[in-house]
Design a protein around this ligand. Structure first.
Ligand SMILES: [Zn+2]
Length: 483
């Protein structure tokens, strides 16, 4: 007993100076890292501009599960650290069309700009780390700057081999993010890699290579981003400027834009009763249509939280029948998040033959699930309360199941028509126009459209007006993000 105590006292005594040494080790390493990146130029950074073009493989979001589509995204981020001002411009080009947006913060107020709609609204969070933290994390020089800022909290957590080179691993806080772990090359002291964990998505890897220099600061010209090991953003070009003057008008709201209309509040779950047998239930961006058909209860819309929406449907409608069918609108992974819940509830999954294997691959409990395969069209029940399902092809998905409820002259769709606003004509893209063409070809009497991503039930006339107003986006010539 006494012997053990002595050992433990000795160990503690030995560990104490080591702990202090460790803090010094971190300080020395951070000095070496910031020296490698540019010395005082990076330690006393006052401003920076990141301009990059990336490829974005739409894993789990392609038109067919068999071939990944590549979208392109351009980013232009200006940050005036000294004055607390920032602006992030983005241009996203996918098969659905182009979208140009920006978030601007003058240090006090923040706005989001929608160039296609020519509107602006208050930014959800005007803090630059809230709207541009993701872009900052894809730049190793900015990570070196943030490491220096948080040097008192940095912790050496081990050593690792990366690309056959020895690395130190340093864990450090990053504003409005889970802690990040930097892989620092023991010889060059550049950051080769950063990892962090997203509670929903798993491990995120940021990989830096091809060092270059601007304004006396080194940075990686190639920066790639992976989600759970799968390439999510691959940089094509990456130019960064440091400590340059950014004109003040960069951080002002552009003239000639209209303030956006009132937004629909979807923060609480609500049940919208369309008839005794038809309810649109949801919250945030996950909504389900419940239809009491002659062949049993049908749910359409597979976002996570299906059981909660079913509970609300049951208490509001008094209909406690088991869920008989779950219509899977399309194979995109965000729309499969609630399918395990549908399987738990004993529902038969309704999809097309092509999507059965991709669903089995992605949905954990789907191996032994019951599938009903739609060949072009299927009808549940007869008469007024029947429900019809049509397989259509749009630019968004090669197989998309449109649910038609004749008693309501209502369809349910996802990802082809949306608006966060209470009123006004929704802005169309190629998803909208190709879905509209597909609906016209079905020759149904459609008056209303319920969707998976919002509470608003649109009139068919609003979809028509949206499609008529469609024109391809022309990038604003004065914005550098368009170059
Ligand atoms: Zn989709």
């Amino acid at each position: 007993m006494i012997k053990n105590l002595t050992v433990s006292v000795l160990t503690t005594a030995l560990l104490l100076p080591l702990t202090t040494l460790a803090g010094e080790k971190e300080e020395a390493l951070i000095q070496q890292v910031t020296d490698a990146y540019g010395g005082d130029a990076i330690r006393n950074l006052t401003s920076y501009i990141i301009s990059k073009k990336m490829l974005a493989p739409s894993t789990g979001q392609s038109r067919t599960p068999q071939l990944v589509n590549l979208a392109r995204t351009n980013l232009h981020l200006s940050v005036d650290i000294e004055n607390g001002k920032a602006r992030s411009d983005s241009l996203f080009a996918s098969r659905g069309g182009d979208f140009q947006g920006a978030t601007v913060s003058d240090g006090e107020e923040g706005w989001t700009i929608n160039y296609r709609a020519n509107t602006y609204g208050a930014a959800q969070n005007a803090d630059v780390y809230a709207f541009a933290g993701g872009s900052m994390r894809t730049n190793d020089a900015i990570l070196a700057y943030e490491l220096y800022k948080a040097r008192d909290k940095a912790k050496l957590v081990g050593e690792a081999d990366y690309l056959n080179r020895p690395h130190e691993m340093v864990e450090v806080p990053f504003p409005l993010s889970p802690d990040i772990t930097l892989y620092i090359d023991k010889e060059s002291h550049f950051i080769s890699k950063m990892i962090r964990t997203n509670p929903q998505l798993g491990q995120l890897d940021y990989v830096f290579s091809n060092m270059t220099e601007a304004d006396g600061i080194k940075y990686a010209a190639q920066t790639d981003f992976f989600v759970a090991g799968v390439a999510n953003l691959v940089s094509l070009t990456n130019r960064t400027r440091f400590n340059t003057d950014i004109p003040d008008h960069e951080f002002e709201l552009p003239e000639g834009m209209e303030e956006e209309a009132a937004r629909i509040d979807t923060s609480e779950m609500k049940a919208n009763r369309l008839s005794e047998d038809v309810y649109h239930v949801g919250q945030g961006n996950g909504f389900t249509l419940f239809v009491n058909s002659p062949e049993g209860l049908i749910a359409v819309g597979g976002y996570p939280g299906l059981k909660d929406r079913l509970s609300l449907f049951r208490s509001e409608s008094g209909n406690y029948q088991p869920l008989k069918y779950q219509i899977i609108t399309h194979h995109h992974q965000d729309h499969l998040g609630g399918i395990n819940e549908a399987i738990d509830l004993g529902a038969t999954l309704v999809t097309v033959d092509d999507n059965v294997e991709p669903i089995r691959d992605f949905v954990a409990n789907a191996t032994d699930a019951d599938f009903l395969r739609v060949n072009k069209r299927i009808t549940f029940g007869e008469g007024r309360n029947r429900v019809e399902i049509y397989d259509v092809a749009t630019i968004h998905a090669a197989h998309f199941l449109v649910t038609y409820v004749p008693s309501q002259k209502l369809i349910f769709i996802a990802d082809h028509l949306n608006s966060p606003y209470e009123s006004g004509v929704p802005t169309a893209n190629l998803n909208t126009t190709t879905m509209y063409e597909a609906l016209q070809a079905l020759d149904l009497d459609i008056r209303k459209i319920a969707i998976a991503h919002g509470a608003r039930v649109f009139k068919m006339k609003e979809m028509q007006a949206s499609v008529e107003a469609y024109s391809p986006l022309v990038c604003m010539a004065d914005r550098l993000v368009c170059e």
